[in-house]
Design a protein around this ligand. Structure first.
Ligand SMILES: Cc1cc2nc3c(=O)[nH]c(=O)nc-3n(C[C@H](O)[C@H](O)[C@H](O)COP(=O)(O)OP(=O)(O)OC[C@H]3O[C@@H](n4cnc5c(N)ncnc54)[C@H](O)[C@@H]3O)c2cc1C
Length: 336
């Protein structure tokens, strides 16, 4: 059977793109190397509710827990951002990806599992790389590389001791250069702890520091449920469309350089990609018009954060705590 579009990767973003295309009457197939959708789960999956609503996926069944703010610490200094109402969700990432896939299928998209793509599909008018940060499609079609990454580690524990599970903890620390550490409560005494760094050779040091920063929550009696290493792109790709090949989501580097969040930007760009194909517009121009300014804000803030010692970063941010509490949203720096 002939399909107008072949999407490589049935992660959340590939599936959202497939749904949005199918909805517009474009025939689409998605090729996924894994045996099931969402198997990788290499994500903390903390996403703002406003951001989730903007991508139009029915995420409710994937919600594990809700949080209302963050405690940000650097050494002994601390700042609390408190929205006083739940503003972000911690998701079961596999359940969320499955929901994205179900919605795509119900619009008529076809998803083929156990189909690792080793050559660019030639039998469709358009090929979309939604195959993650280390995109095979981008490499094969000779797109310019992504210039900045955070190297990340995360582990999930049960039987953790969480003082107040309405708050995420963010650790600014010199052991995590170019990124930060985190402890995200998932409800029922489950936590996700992790960190990122732009310096790969400091992963071991980062793990030691993370263990010490989270020792009051992760006890000997806690049990590790899983752990993983993964990359977060901290810069968008300079080019995301070349002939009939397009990139979206992590493959395009459509990720916030401040927090590493990619689901909201990627999801919105997936919709823009579908509109562009269906309406004969230039995808690269369209997504950059709508989203590049915001990605640039995050990149600028990341550069500022990278240039300051953690203690100074926190001290400079403190005067803005009330403003962030009132208007801050993880998916737009300040939503005013
Ligand atoms: C440690 C960590 C924490 C994060 N935390 C958050 C967070 O809290 N909030 C947030 O919004 N974002 C977060 N992110 C980012 C988020 O995970 C990504 O932005 C998001 O997963 C991107 O989705 P995607 O569909 O583009 O790529 P992926 O989720 O990577 O999906 C790519 C898919 O392509 C498939 N694939 C790859 N190669 C091939 C091939 N050759 N053939 C066929 N299939 C292929 C893979 O199996 C996979 O299913 C985090 C990332 C990391 C690493």
């Amino acid at each position: 059977m002939h399909y107008d579009v072949a999407i490589v990767g049935a992660g959340a973003i590939g599936c959202i793109a497939a749904k949005e295309l199918a909805k517009r009457g474009v025939s689409v197939r998605v090729l996924e190397e894994d045996a099931c959708v969402g198997k990788q789960r290499k994500c903390t999956a903390l996403v703002s509710e406003t951001g989730l609503r903007s991508i139009g996926v029915d995420y409710k069944r994937a919600v594990l827990h809700r949080v209302r703010g963050a405690v940000i610490s650097a050494g002994t200094a601390e700042m609390t951002v408190d929205a006083r109402r739940p503003i972000a969700c911690v998701l079961d990432r596999q359940r969320f990806d499955e929901e994205c896939a179900e919605e795509a299928k119900s619009e008529g998209a076809k998803i083929f599992l156990r189909r690792k793509v080793r050559k660019l599909p030639k039998d469709s008018e358009w090929v979309v790389g939604a195959d993650g940060a280390a995109s095979f499609v981008a490499r094969t079609a000779s797109f310019p590389p992504i210039s900045r990454f955070a190297f990340c580690y995360e582990a999930e524990y049960k039987n953790a001791r969480v003082e107040d599970d309405a708050f995420v903890h963010v650790f600014l620390d010199s052991a995590f250069p170019g990124f930060f550490g985190w402890l995200v409560p998932c409800g029922n005494n489950v936590v996700r702890i992790g960190f990122g760094t732009q310096e790969h050779d400091r992963m071991k040091e980062g793990k030691r520091r993370l263990a010490s920063l989270t020792s009051s929550a992760v006890k000997k009696s806690s049990r590790k449920l899983r752990e993983f290493h993964a990359l977060i792109p901290l810069k968008w790709r300079q080019e995301t469309q070349r002939g009939n090949v397009m990139l979206v989501g992590d493959a395009a580097g459509q990720v916030k350089a401040t927090t590493g969040g990619g689901l909201v930007f990627g999801g919105n760009c997936a919709r823009i990609l579908a509109e562009s194909i269906a309406e004969g517009k230039n995808y690269e121009k369209e997504w950059k018009r709508e989203c590049l300014g915001k990605l640039q804000q995050h990149a600028l803030l990341r550069s500022v954060l990278d240039s300051l010692p953690p203690g100074i970063t926190l001290a400079s941010a403190k005067p803005f705590a009330p403003l962030l509490s009132r208007f801050g949203d993880m998916d737009s720096i300040i939503r005013v």
